[in-house]
Design a protein around this ligand. Structure first.
Ligand code: RB5
Length: 151
């Protein structure tokens, strides 16, 4: 499974921890926003790097960090075929993938601590979409909403 990550200045420190953690789990991860800290960068610019790469199917799952996770998720959900959410608890991180086929997780570098962020990331990465009729039906409805509203 290929994973990508990006962060603005608000998520920069936590991103380093998450990259190390993901690698320690044996996954391949690519940092799309780079290792230079820029206190003046803007979350739309850094968040769209992951969202665009997921939209283009260059990676299987993406992780986006900003200060709160809010800006990251707003940006990511403007991209077709990207299903992103802020998850600051482990249950949502796994269930979001299993039920909703979430392919991007958004984390707030100023909100959660390192250990919780690592556990959340683990749940997100190990979860798989459950191909049950009810989940497929809901995903098809999402696709329809996308078709009607995101051109
Ligand atoms: C940047 O200071 C901060 O506003 C941004 O990282 C994020 O929290 C936006 O949602």
């Amino acid at each position: 499974m290929k994973i990508c990550i990006s962060a603005d200045h608000g998520g920069f420190e936590l991103k380093k921890t998450i990259i190390q953690h993901v690698e320690s789990l044996g996954y391949q991860i690519e940092d799309l926003s780079g290792d230079k800290y820029d206190a003046n960068d803007d979350y739309p610019d850094t968040s769209k790097l992951v969202a665009d790469a997921i939209n283009k199917k260059l990676f299987d799952k993406g992780i986006i960090l900003c200060g709160s996770g809010v800006g990251a998720s707003v940006v990511a959900n403007k991209f077709k075929d990207v299903r992103a959410a802020i998850c600051h608890d482990t249950y949502s991180a796994g269930q979001g993938v299993e039920h909703d086929d979430m392919n991007v997780i958004c984390l707030g570098g100023r909100i959660i601590g390192e250990e919780l962020a690592k556990e959340i990331t683990t749940e997100f990465l190990k979860a798989n979409f459950i191909h049950e009729e009810r989940f497929i039906r809901r995903k098809e409805k999402l696709d329809q909403i996308e078709k009607e509203n995101l051109s």
